[in-house]
Write a protein that binds this ligand. Structure first.
Ligand code: AHR
Length: 502
């Protein structure tokens, strides 16, 4: 039988979980903005045209930071077209997704929307077709309260107070040949370093993210990190990681093993950062921003076809992956992987938030609904705040078609000292066996089980829709908690959230 033993000890602290690991992403892509977060005329729209049904779901997820406006979109984005009186805004061709951008919704609207959502903005600058001057103009427009051109321009557009955007990405996926204005590592490193220096000269309060690799499978990984950081290390605070996962081979066992690749990715980036740190005799430690991650594969092929056949549409249905039960399990595994690295991983963005590879979907003529992946993200965001404890766990293992020594159980725990609560997040990724899970929580004296939530199903391909949620968590009661030892039979292919409190 598969089994695992986990020691959860309040004294073995890994690091504080930065709430920004529960960030997300809104790109001008498909129906993320138009008919997603913004749809004037929809019965649920508020006075600004923002969909209240979507805002409610976003607020439920409690997303502390949202990356904007791309993604690939940002690499030919002319932000000036997206501000000022709407009737004067210019429509533009978006080459990344071959759509027509009306610019009806822009920077000012997004700043207003994020306020309503209770989130901060992570803003990306265009280092594809533009450069230092444009990044500075944008920064002045967003953050400065000076009697100068761009600061005054924002005020003339009705926003007296600066947006005070703290976190800025220096371009997007500049290592990718698909990127408009793609660069070699040295070209990017030089441009990013000079842009960073100038931006920090203008606003000392900002923090910057240098572009890392677009996936662990890029042929330039990890040389890209080493070469670019050699240039940017002194001027930036984070390096980005992006990776999407999929089960195109329909091999669930191997799909669930893919967080091993993510582990390798994270560890290699940390090692590369520390190599540059050592080389530069630097005292500064660089942190990781996994600012694009998710499952993305269901509609990839049909999307490329649609972009070829029917270009220059406004808000077409693109990247609308309809997630199933096994995707939710993988998302749970990814979140556990993040929590095991919060000593270096300080930000992460679930890509994306609404309609585009998203936990939240909308009907143009109807309501909003939760995809399967909504739930593990919700649980982690709600209960995964506090101090991540070191994962001391032994588990039985198996091999999958492409991976070896895959642990049956993956688990991590987070101690919220303020609330006197501790939560265990666990996945049984065995597709064959239930597992006996035992956790020693004796250091949490006087604690009791608040609830044990689980996502379980035998049908890996089950999905949710506007008609109803076939995949939703339920409360389990068949566990034992005696003398500080928690025991349960963890179902095969399951996501488990065990919450204890005083
Ligand atoms: O999130 C979808 C796309 O994936 C982003 O635009 C790009 O950065 C990545 O390749």
């Amino acid at each position: 039988m598969a089994k695992a033993k986990m020691l959860v000890d309040k004294n073995f602290k890994l690091a504080e979980v930065n709430k920004r690991v529960y960030g997300s992403f809104i790109e001008h892509l498909g129906r993320a903005v138009y008919n997603g977060i913004y749809q004037p005329g929809h019965p649920a729209a508020d006075e600004d045209g923002f969909r209240k049904d979507v805002l409610e779901l976003v607020k439920e997820l409690d997303v502390p930071i949202i990356r904007y406006p791309g993604g690939n979109f940002v690499s030919n984005f002319f932000w000036e077209d997206s501000v000022g009186p709407k009737e004067q805004r210019k429509p533009r061709l978006d080459l990344a997704w071959r759509t027509l951008e009306t610019n009806e919704f822009g920077l000012g609207e997004f700043a207003k929307w994020t306020k309503k959502a209770g989130s901060d903005i992570m803003m990306a600058v265009n280092l594809g077709t533009r450069g230092i001057a444009d990044a500075l103009n944008l920064l002045e427009y967003c953050n400065l309260d000076t009697n100068s051109y761009y600061s005054n321009l924002r005020k003339s557009h009705g926003d007296k107070e600066p947006y005070n955007i703290k976190t800025w990405c220096l371009g997007n996926e500049m290592d990718g040949s698909w990127q408009i204005g793609h660069k070699t590592a040295l070209e990017y490193g030089r441009l990013a370093a000079e842009t960073a220096k100038a931006m920090k000269e203008m606003d000392h309060s900002i923090e910057l993210v240098s572009c890392g690799s677009s996936s662990v499978d890029m042929s330039t990984f990890p040389e890209w990190e080493a070469v670019t950081l050699e240039e940017t290390y002194d001027y930036v605070d984070y390096i980005s990681l992006h990776n999407y996962y999929g089960n195109a081979a329909n091999d669930t066992e191997d799909y669930f093993a893919k967080t091993q690749d993510m582990e390798r990715f994270i560890q290699t980036v940390i090692a590369t950062c520390d190599y540059i740190k050592a080389k530069k005799r630097s005292k500064k430690t660089l942190y990781l921003s996994f600012d694009e991650w998710n499952v993305w594969f269901h509609v990839m092929a049909s999307d490329s076809e649609a972009m070829k056949r029917k270009p220059w549409q406004i808000a077409p249905h693109l990247l609308e992956d309809h997630y199933d039960f096994e995707d939710a399990i993988l998302v749970g595994l990814i979140l556990i992987t993040f929590l095991k690295h919060v000593d270096r991983l300080k930000m992460a963005c679930l890509a994306q938030l609404v309609n585009v590879i998203a936990p939240i979907m909308t009907e143009n003529d109807g309501g909003a609904w939760r995809q399967t992946i909504y739930y593990p993200f919700l649980h982690a965001s709600k209960y995964g705040r506090g101090v991540a404890l070191q994962s001391i766990i032994t588990s039985t293992k198996h091999d999958s078609s492409q991976h070896t020594d895959v642990t049956d159980i993956e688990a991590v725990s987070v101690f919220n000292e303020e609330k006197d609560e501790v939560t265990i997040f666990a996945v049984n990724r065995s597709v064959k066996e239930d597992a006996l899970f035992e956790s020693d929580l004796r250091s949490f004296e006087g604690y009791h089980v608040i609830e044990y939530l689980a996502l379980e199903n035998d049908d890996m391909k089950l999905t949710n829709s506007i008609a109803g949620e076939k995949v939703a968590p339920y409360a389990r009661t068949d566990y034992e908690f005696q003398d500080g030892i928690f025991t349960t039979n963890m179902k095969k292919c399951s996501w488990n959230v065990i919450r204890l409190g005083k």
